[in-house]
Design a binder for this molecule. Structure first.
Ligand SMILES: [Mg+2]
Length: 103
């Protein structure tokens, strides 16, 4: 299994940026933060649909990642522990688990 490194420095940087730019991380913003993750994924979808460059699609995906990391911080979650737990569980799944179509 590859070493996944650490997400914590990224979470800390995103939080520091959000704080310094005046974007709150209070519980009152959780719904908004969840919605904004969707908007970034939609922007990536739209960029791909319109034939924009893969760099542009990647930037929108990175926006989504940044918003997810900010929300992880706002919720007080341990990104590294969560990532490891979920990936370990995913590695244990059978090939194409629960997938008859798609995937
Ligand atoms: Mg964007």
């Amino acid at each position: 299994m590859p070493d996944s490194g650490s997400l914590s420095p990224l979470v800390q940087e995103v939080r520091a940026l959000a704080d310094s730019k005046g974007f709150g991380s209070s519980e009152a913003r959780i719904w908004e933060m969840l919605a904004l993750i969707h908007t970034e994924v939609s922007e990536a979808t739209d960029a791909y649909k319109k034939g924009e460059s893969m760099e542009r699609v990647g930037e929108e995906l990175t926006d989504a990642l940044i918003r997810i990391l900010h929300l992880v911080s706002a919720l007080g979650l341990d990104a590294d522990a969560l990532y490891r737990r979920v990936m370990d569980r995913n590695w244990q799944r059978p090939f194409r688990a629960n997938t008859v179509r798609g995937g």
